[in-house]
Ligand binder design. Structure first.
Ligand code: NAP
Length: 296
């Protein structure tokens, strides 16, 4: 049996857990802050439902797991350090299901001898209730083409979740971050869904922001073609439908958001590489001032 622990059963963690439940050789447990009994994953074509053991105390863990799925928001990672310490051993793969480009810096210090698998998450999902998630039109992770990454992709064979490996994970992560930084900044400040990008002025602003952020990505080593994002912005506004980014949901709910991994990390890389991002920097100031805990 492959022992699997999901730490942080939110929208994305529950979705990936649903794929684990499709593999009979994997035994799933959940480390939760808010307890529940049953996981229910709503896909367009089917519903996966299963009772699972839910733990609320890291001291209840006996021995390491083979696979740990980290599904908290990036800024919630330090709070789950006791879970990671209890669940990780030399044979553990820790899949970090978070946005951004700094998975390794954030999580590697917390997992001892375990192997880290950073994932680019392409899954629009909304949690409806504790343990219950509705999953949108894409179910796709991108992980590095190394031993732990290939092992992870293999584990999800024949499930609804596509896990691809890439020799250039850094570029894949930056490609997503360019869009997250641009779309997140606009939707957080306007408290809107992605359809705001159908507005002509909002689209012009998105392109101007993407111009700046993509220069940072390229300076940071991402193999992105300059100015290739127009169609992507159109797709996010159109096919993305009324999806509200998780950062915007947090802002609307008045709780801390992931602005550091979506905005501050970009600005710090811009400073490191000497790239000027005046528009993105000023809008990030407004994003920061709207955070519950980052105002003066
Ligand atoms: N949702 C999307 O559509 C989407 C798409 C692509 C990428 N992402 C990225 O995926 C990552 C996860 O996002 P999400 O939307 O899945 O977040 P989420 O729904 O807010 O889930 C976070 C989970 O972590 C749990 N948690 C937080 N602190 C904890 C603690 N101290 N102990 C135990 N559990 C704790 C939360 O507990 P509670 O149950 O108590 O709230 C919740 O279950 C983020 O980096 C996000 O940017 C999200």
């Amino acid at each position: 049996m492959t022992r699997v622990l999901l730490v942080g059963p939110g929208a994305i963690g529950l979705t990936v857990a649903g794929a684990v439940l499709q593999r009979p050789e994997m035994a799933l447990a959940v480390a939760a802050r808010t307890p529940f009994d049953t996981i229910a994953v709503e896909l367009d074509e089917e519903r996966i439902e299963c009772e699972v053991p839910v733990l609320t105390d890291p001291f209840a863990i006996t021995g390491p797991f083979h696979l740990v799925l980290l599904g908290t928001k990036a800024h919630q990672t330090p709070a789950v350090a006791p879970w990671l310490a209890a669940a990780c051993g030399p044979d553990t793969d820790v899949v970090v299901l978070q946005n951004g480009i700094t998975h390794r810096e954030r999580v590697e210090p917390l997992i001892g001898p375990a192997s880290l698998v950073p994932a680019v998450v392409n899954i629009p999902a909304d949690r409806e209730a504790p343990g219950h998630v509705r999953v949108g039109f894409r179910r796709h992770l991108v992980v590095p083409d190394d031993g732990p990454g290939r092992r992870t992709a293999h584990r999800f064979t024949d499930t609804f979740l596509d896990v691809d490996t890439t020799a250039d994970w850094h570029t894949a992560a930056w490609r997503k971050l360019v869009m997250n930084a641009v779309v997140g900044t606009i939707t957080v400040l306007t408290r809107t869904t992605n359809t705001v990008l159908l507005d002509r002025d909002a689209r012009t602003l998105a392109v101007a922001l993407a111009d700046e952020v993509q220069q940072v990505a390229i300076a940071d080593g991402a193999a992105l073609e300059p100015r290739d994002y127009g169609p992507v912005i159109d797709l996010v506004g159109d096919a993305g439908g009324d999806h509200r980014s998780s950062m915007t949901t947090d802002r609307v709910n008045g709780v801390p958001s992931e602005w550091r991994v979506r905005n501050l990390d970009v600005i710090q890389r811009a400073e490191k590489h000497g790239v000027d991002v005046p528009l993105f920097r000023h809008l990030t100031t407004l994003v920061r001032l709207g955070e519950p805990s980052d105002r003066p």
